[in-house]
Design a protein around this ligand. Structure first.
Ligand code: SAH
Length: 354
């Protein structure tokens, strides 16, 4: 068995680290500035594309680093103007990135932070194959440069809602956020970046402490009682709903911007009027808004999506309780755009299932 030669993604490096590296290689500082421009303003994916840099510098860099840690294995276009990119990492794993055209000049990207996931939420395809590894910061932001190249437009909204639990890959996730926000990087506003978490209490607290206000927070709630949440989110056994809510009350102010609760509606599991009532109460306590998401059926689970009128009633109930609520039709359900669905299919094919 031969192991492929893995190179460190060049976009793993911060501006300072890159400057240091270029100095070590014996080149003047302005070369670092030029390279940052190629990486984050022109989104090159190969050394040869950096036209004004000396060949020997590029060669030296290429010996150690890769200008793109990902390859695009597949692009799927949906009828509702979202695309899904299936990327292959250097070590041959598949990850997914979803692009959503929000109309006009608004382009959003949903990023992946881990190959697989440890959380094993029952409604989610990402956890079905377990967890393989964390992505590095460079592998996370390479998704952005690839997407910008493919769609030929800037990305102005980033949501960490692809495969994986971002806060379970804390350091690399935070490094990626800082590259997204840096002037020398993608230059994005923190208001346009949202991290979604299944509710890792210690990581939420760490985030509030170390990076207050850097991005917006979304929390996957999906259940309004300990019992119903634990049925679908095993993580809730370690970090019970009650403690999660208490934690959010403590950190709410640090996030500066309104928290969002995501709530997947699943038939007969969390879609009753009592659920709506409890959800309204939780949202009000935290001054949060609610995103209702119709469940996307995945293989191997018997959950179902509620009927449209049930979902509308649930939404109306929240609205009448004074909660800001949207019923979001998952973009791209015809291209398996829900978190991890396409990868699950491709990995299963690879393993040669019947
Ligand atoms: N681990 C983080 C980020 C992953 S994104 C988290 O749990 O928040 C998780 C989101 O993907 C969920 O909140 C939900 O919006 C969506 N999702 C996953 N599986 C889904 C499914 N089968 N149907 C609809 N939405 C799903």
């Amino acid at each position: 068995l031969t192991t492929p030669i893995l190179k460190q993604p060049l976009r793993d490096l911060s501006a300072e680290e890159l400057q240091e590296k270029i100095k070590q290689l014996g080149f003047p500082a302005f070369r670092a500035k030029q390279l940052l421009d190629w990486l984050y303003k022109k989104h090159i994916l190969k050394a040869a594309e950096a036209k004004n840099l000396p060949k020997d510098l590029l060669k030296a860099l290429e010996g150690v680093f890769t200008f793109s840690s990902l390859e695009c294995a597949e692009t799927l276009k949906s009828s509702d103007s979202s695309n899904k990119f299936l990327f292959k990492t250097q070590s041959g794993e598949f990850i997914e990135t979803v692009y959503i055209h929000q109309g006009g000049e608004r382009h959003a990207l949903c990023l992946t932070t881990q190959v697989g996931c440890k959380m094993a939420c029952r409604f989610c395809a990402s956890g079905k194959l377990g967890w393989t590894r964390n992505l590095s910061a460079g592998e996370i932001v390479d998704q952005v440069s690839w997407a910008i190249r493919e769609i030929k437009a800037p990305i102005d909204n980033v949501i960490f809602m692809g495969m994986g639990e971002p806060l379970d890959n804390f350091d690399n996730f935070l490094k990626a956020v800082r590259v997204l926000r840096a002037e020398w990087g993608y230059g994005m506003s923190g208001r346009r970046i949202t991290v979604s978490t299944s509710g890792l209490i210690p990581a939420i607290e760490r985030f509030a402490k170390e990076a207050p206000g850097e991005v917006k927070l979304a929390v996957s709630l999906h259940g309004t009682t300990e019992e119903s949440r634990q049925r679908i989110m095993p993580i809730s056994k370690a970090y019970p709903l009650k403690e999660l809510i208490r934690c959010l009350e403590r950190v709410e102010e640090k996030f500066k911007r309104q928290i969002t609760f995501e709530y997947i509606l699943i038939k007969d599991l969390n879609d009753s009027v009592h659920d709506a009532d409890r959800l309204a109460e939780i949202a009000q306590r935290l001054h949060a808004k609610v995103n209702l998401i119709p469940y996307n059926v995945i293989e191997g689970e018997s959950f179902e999506r509620p009927a449209l009128d049930v979902m509308r009633r649930f939404q109306t109930f929240l609205k009448e309780s004074g909660v800001t609520v949207t019923l979001r039709y998952s973009a791209g359900s015809d291209i398996n755009a829900a978190c991890g669905q396409l990868r699950l299919i491709r990995e299963t094919e690879k393993k040669g299932s019947p």
